[in-house]
Structure formats: C-alpha cells, structure tokens
Design a protein around this ligand. Structure first.
Ligand SMILES: *[C@@H]1O[C@H](CO)[C@@H](O)[C@H](O)[C@H]1NC(C)=O
Ligand SMILES: *[C@@H]1O[C@H](CO)[C@@H](O)[C@H](O)[C@H]1NC(C)=O
Ligand SMILES: *[C@@H]1O[C@H](CO)[C@@H](O)[C@H](O)[C@H]1NC(C)=O
Ligand SMILES: *[C@@H]1O[C@H](CO)[C@@H](O)[C@H](O)[C@H]1NC(C)=O
Ligand SMILES: *[C@@H]1O[C@H](CO)[C@@H](O)[C@H](O)[C@H]1NC(C)=O
Length: 337
C-alpha cells in the first residue's frame, strides 16, 4: 500500500484524537454493527473467542472472526473455523441485527445449543449459513426459505430433529445443502427434485430419514448426493440415468434400498458409487465398464448375482467391493462363474 504523507498525518492525528475522545468518531465500524456484535458477545456470556471484541476498538480492524466490507465498512463475515471454540448456549437473537452479513460460518462449537433463531431471517443478504459440529437442536426451520440469497446451508454434526422442510427447494440460488449427522426424521421432500442451483451437492447421511426416494428427485442432476446411513427404502435408480452428466458421487450405503441394479443406466460422469449394505438385487450391468472415471465402487452386502462384467475399472477394485452378495462371481472374487 502507498501511504501519502497527508494520510499518515491524518492517521496520526486520528489516533491521538481517538485516545482522548472515545468513542472515536472516525472509526470504520458502523455503530449499529458494533452494537449488535457486542450484544452477541454478551448473549454468549463473553466467550474467549470474542475477547478481541473490545468496545473501545474498531470492529473493522481488530475484532477476530468479524470482517467488514472494504467499501461499505459493514460487517459481512462472522467466522470461527478452528476447533475448541467456546461459544456456549443458544445463538443470541441479535444475530439478526447485522443486515449486511454475507457469511456466517461457525465450526466446532460443542457447547453451542438451542434452536436456529427466527431473527436470522432478517439477514437478507446471507449467502453462506454454516454452523457445523455444534449442538443446535430443534427443527430445521421452514423460515430458512425466506433467505432468498442463500448459496449454501450446512448444519452437519448437530442435534437437529424433525422433518426436512420442503420449502428449501424454493431457494433460487441454493447450490449446497448438508444436513448430515443429525437426528432428522421423515422422508426426503418431493420438492427436492426442483432445486434450481447448478453443480448441486446434497448431504443427508447419518440421520433417521425413512420412506422412498421421491420419483421427482430424478429430475435433478446432483453432482454429489450422500443419503447413507438412514432408513430409506425402495428404488434409488432415479438418481442415475445416462442423460445425467453432472453426477459424480452417489453414496447410498446402509439403507434399505431394494431395486434391480441390472436395469440401471449409469452416468458416464460417475466417480464414486457406494451402495453397500442394502437389499439391491439383479446383477452388475455391463454399462458400468464404460464409466471410465470410476475411482471408488462398493456394492458389498447386497443381493446381487451373476458375473462381474470384465472391463473398465471393475477388476481394479479389491474383493471387498463385491463381497457378501448372493451369488456374484468372477474376478476379483475368487469364485469363478
Ligand atoms: C463446554 O462446556 C463444558 C461444561 O461446562 C466445559 O467443561 C467445556 O470446557 C466447554 N467446551 C468448550 C470447548 O468450551
Ligand atoms: C454435543 O454435546 C455432547 C454432550 O455435551 C458432546 O458429547 C458432543 O461432542 C457435542 N457434539 C458436537 C458435534 O460437538
Ligand atoms: C439434543 O437434543 C435432545 C432433544 O432432542 C436434548 O434432550 C439433548 O439435551 C440435546 N443434546 C445436547 C448436547 O444439546
Ligand atoms: C450436460 O448436458 C447439458 C444438456 O443436457 C449441456 O447443456 C451441458 O453442457 C452438459 N454439461 C457437461 C459438463 O457436459
Ligand atoms: C466396502 O464396504 C464394506 C462394508 O462397509 C467394507 O467392509 C469394505 O472394506 C468396503 N470395500 C471397499 C473397497 O470400499
């Protein structure tokens, strides 16, 4: 940066001025943002992570985990990435008093408890809502659908319960939804085939979701979809189809899926396919040998039969990819056909 003598003079003068007359009028921090941040700090009972949030300093310059926009000087980011943070208790409602907030990203806060507050709907510019490895409880609220600018919602590793609101599919810009490792129940909403966002990832694993995969989900070409470790049943073949060209990772292990794999047409873009521990029948289709980028495959613990097709990546996986099926045979299994 290039500091002109005038600027240096101004800064020196400001510092001198500020040290005598507090609060300093020349600070960048917007007074409403400062007030909200201090209320949030107090609401959390003055945790150590916010020890730099000192009312006598400029929140745009010195406050760890809070960042201002360079032009507007409004708070746009609140973030704690490192583990062992000490946020405790529920999220204070004053979180809604940061109207320019773009990113709320709090990670590894085991003592952060309570529900997702309604006041969050006032954050109309919010794009990234990420509160992971914490202990948020209560439902995934329907009102999140009021935050029309959301790009990413992640609540992985929390204590959230109840059904997944179908309204989330109305978020026009959403590109990623991770609700994995909670205690969510009920079905995957029908509307989830209607997400508009391109290059979409959906992580719902490690919950208690039940019911069938809605047929409408087949309309969406998910880049990444992880539904593993739930109680989902029935046909999952709608997630595939050679017309899809975005689908890279499909992880459906440890559910109750029951469908005929022989009839599935796999997208050529597939890289990871994990179907282990289901009740899938039929045989492995020859089409899978044409999926050139397949790097991980696991169809173990199902009810598959017949010869493992020869070609592509299929003989490159070890026997555990295929073991514990009804009557699969051929390399890499020792059982010949
Ligand atoms: C969480 O709370 C418990 C009990 O009050 C405390 O022992 C622990 O240190 C807290 N964890 C963190 C990361 O602050
Ligand atoms: C949630 O709280 C429980 C009990 O205090 C703790 O064992 C667990 O690690 C916490 N979860 C996370 C993801 O931090
Ligand atoms: C998790 O949620 C249940 C209620 O669903 C509650 O009883 C429990 O205390 C919560 N655990 C933590 C660590 O907040
Ligand atoms: C996928 O297919 C669509 C049309 O079906 C096409 O517009 C798009 O460019 C394709 N994308 C890739 C990555 O091939
Ligand atoms: C496939 O899944 C089974 C069951 O979880 C596991 O034992 C095996 O190691 C896995 N194999 C591969 C290659 O991922």
């Amino acid at each position: 940066m290039d500091y002109s003598p005038k600027l240096v003079y101004f800064i020196c003068f400001s510092l001198l001025f500020c040290s005598f007359f507090n609060p300093c009028l020349s600070e960048l921090c917007h007074p409403q943002d400062k007030k909200a941040l201090l209320q949030i700090k107090e609401g959390f009972n003055n945790p150590h992570v916010f020890s730099t949030w000192d009312p006598t300093t400029d929140c745009c310059l010195h406050w760890d985990g809070a960042h201002c926009d360079e032009k507007t000087h409004r708070i746009v980011t609140l973030e704690i990435y490192f583990g062992g943070g000490d946020l405790s208790g529920p999220i204070p409602p004053e979180i809604g008093d940061l109207p320019y907030l773009d990113v709320l990203w709090w990670h590894k806060q085991p003592n952060l408890t309570g529900p997702i507050p309604r006041s969050i709907t006032r954050l109309q510019r919010l794009r990234f809502l990420v509160i992971t490895w914490a202990n948020l409880s209560g439902p995934i609220p329907d009102f999140l659908a009021e935050l029309k600018n959301l790009d990413t919602i992640e609540f992985s590793f929390n204590n959230l319960t109840g059904p997944i609101p179908s309204s989330l599919s109305t978020l026009p810009k959403l590109r990623g939804l991770s609700l994995d490792r909670n205690k969510l129940t009920g079905p995957i909403p029908d509307s989830f085939g209607e997400f508009q966002g391109f290059d979409f990832y959906l992580a719902l694993s490690h919950n208690q979701l039940s019911g069938k995969i809605p047929a409408l989900l087949g309309k969406k070409d998910f880049t990444y979809v992880d539904l593993s470790r739930n109680r989902l049943e029935g046909d999952a073949s709608v997630l595939f189809g050679s017309d899809k060209n975005m689908t890279q990772q499909v992880i459906l292990s440890r559910n109750l899926f029951e469908f005929d794999l022989s009839k599935v047409d796999f997208p050529k873009s597939l890289i990871v396919l994990d179907l282990n521990h289901n009740k899938i029948t039929g045989s492995i289709p020859v089409g899978l040998t044409a999926v050139n980028n397949l790097q991980h495959l696991n169809v173990s613990y199902n009810r598959l039969c017949g010869k493992i097709p020869v070609g592509g990546a299929l003989q490159g996986f070890d026997f555990t990819t295929y073991f514990h099926n009804r009557c699969l045979c051929g390399a890499p299994l020792v059982k010949s056909c």
